[in-house]
Design a protein around this ligand. Structure first.
Ligand code: ZN
Length: 299
């Protein structure tokens, strides 16, 4: 009798395994992969679709990404149409019905108010961001709002580990709120400073820190500059006591360096996401690095 009983027991364990399998998360960008890591630890597996050195507006829906999408229980992305050129296609091609809508679909931009939502759409002139500016990861207060919503979603998807998610959220909230205070104190010298950007990736950061964007190398998101635009930008940059010409780590530095050469204003590359530079190893390092680099330009 012993052997059949043992067999029955093992069979029961094997059959119960799927219910206790880890939640498989597909994160579109490294910042959301890092946030899931903070909130879920080893209760989930995480596939991050892109790196900080890629332009997430334009990603190819490669077979390797489709395979990752196929096994996902939860897709965590920015939303606000940032991934509109590749994510819907990935989900469709994966045939994964768990992540198209509902519990398996999470968008950070849906949890917060986005900035710069255009009143009128003018696609012919290249409005890349009709749902408002999607680069909200650079406001740590919005990141905290997203974190709360994401923790609630993990609890719904995986109620067996609800206590773990709750504890980790409380822990993250404590560390993150303290860090926000530290960053705000440190960034006081940046208040009121003017910056020129390559792409409008920094609206949330500048709004948070009280900085002012006075120009962009891309006159409209996704549209390359004309020579008339560039020459007026040289004048504005020169005459405004501009702090820096800011670009993301993934961007070609050519345009920034050109403007820097014409104006004497330093060109600064900021990480924009986790992994964008050596210091941006996690979400905390992302903001440490960003503020340190802006402060270095202010000296
Ligand atoms: Zn953008």
């Amino acid at each position: 009798m012993k052997k059949p009983l043992l067999f029955a027991f093992l069979l029961a364990v094997a059959q119960s395994t799927p219910a206790h399998a880890k939640i498989a998360v597909f994160a579109c960008e490294p910042e959301w992969g890092a946030l899931v890591q903070e909130l879920a630890g080893d209760k989930v597996t995480i596939d991050v679709a892109t790196s900080a050195l890629q332009d997430v507006h334009q990603i190819e829906a490669k077979p390797s990404l489709i395979a990752k999408m196929r096994r996902a229980d939860l897709v965590v992305c920015t939303g606000a149409d940032l991934e509109v050129g590749w994510l819907p296609q990935l989900i469709r091609q994966s045939g994964n019905g768990r992540v198209g809508t509902g519990l398996g679909s999470f968008r950070a931009a849906d949890q917060v108010v986005t900035l710069d939502k255009p009143q009128q759409l003018d696609r012919a002139s290249g409005d890349l961001h009709p749902q408002g500016n999607p680069h909200l990861q650079m406001d740590p207060r919005r990141v905290l709002t997203v974190a709360n919503a994401l923790a609630a979603r993990l609890i719904k998807l995986d109620p067996a580990n609800a206590t773990v998610y709750r504890q980790r959220m409380v822990d993250f909230n404590g560390r993150w709120s303290a860090a926000i205070k530290r960053w705000e104190a440190k960034a006081v010298p940046l208040k009121g400073r003017k910056v020129v950007v390559q792409h409008i990736s920094w609206v949330y950061l500048f709004t948070w820190l009280g900085m002012e964007q006075i120009g962009a190398l891309e006159p409209r998101p996704g549209v390359p500059p004309t020579s008339a635009h560039l020459s007026s930008l040289v004048d504005v940059t020169k005459s405004s006591n501009t702090l820096a010409i800011v670009r993301a780590a993934y961007q070609d530095p050519k345009a920034s360096l050109w403007l820097s050469g014409r104006t004497g204003v330093p060109a600064v590359a900021l990480p924009l996401s986790v992994g964008g530079d050596a210091q941006a190893k996690d979400l905390f390092g992302l903001f440490d690095s960003t503020i340190d680099k802006l402060l270095a330009a202010a000296k």
